[in-house]
Design a protein. Structure first.
Length: 119
């Protein structure tokens, strides 16, 4: 399954919504990181909110996880809160290794994620 992503900004809520699917390669992560930075234009970043749906994203290779972690690490792109929507315990565990910090939570449904992100 090829890597896909959709990124949408909601300036009125200072929110980025992300949907990721498929297997990522290094080039896919680079393209995603550039699109994510573009989505932050017009938001109060850092300090914005992010909801990321990874329900259609299988377990990734360790080097890809490391590259994703690097993409989200710089202070200028750091979210105040990130809600991950995960479909399996394995994807949740992988995301927890990637984003194990304060202000990050993991959910099974979008409604719960949204309630927490705005709560």
């Amino acid at each position: 399954m090829d890597a896909t992503y959709v990124i949408a900004s909601d300036k009125s809520r200072n929110l980025v919504r992300i949907k990721m699917a498929g297997f990522y390669g290094q080039k896919d992560v680079q393209d995603f990181a550039a699109a994510y930075r573009d989505a932050l234009t017009g938001l109060q970043a850092p300090g914005h909110l992010t909801i990321t749906d990874i329900t259609d994203m299988p377990i990734q290779a360790q080097d890809i996880i490391g590259t994703l972690a690097t993409a989200f690490a710089p202070p200028e792109v750091r979210s105040r809160r990130i809600a991950f929507i995960c479909s399996s315990s394995l994807s949740r565990l992988q995301a927890q290794r990637l984003f194990g910090r304060d202000g990050v939570r993991f959910f099974e449904c979008g409604d719960e994620a949204e309630a927490w992100i705005f709560g």
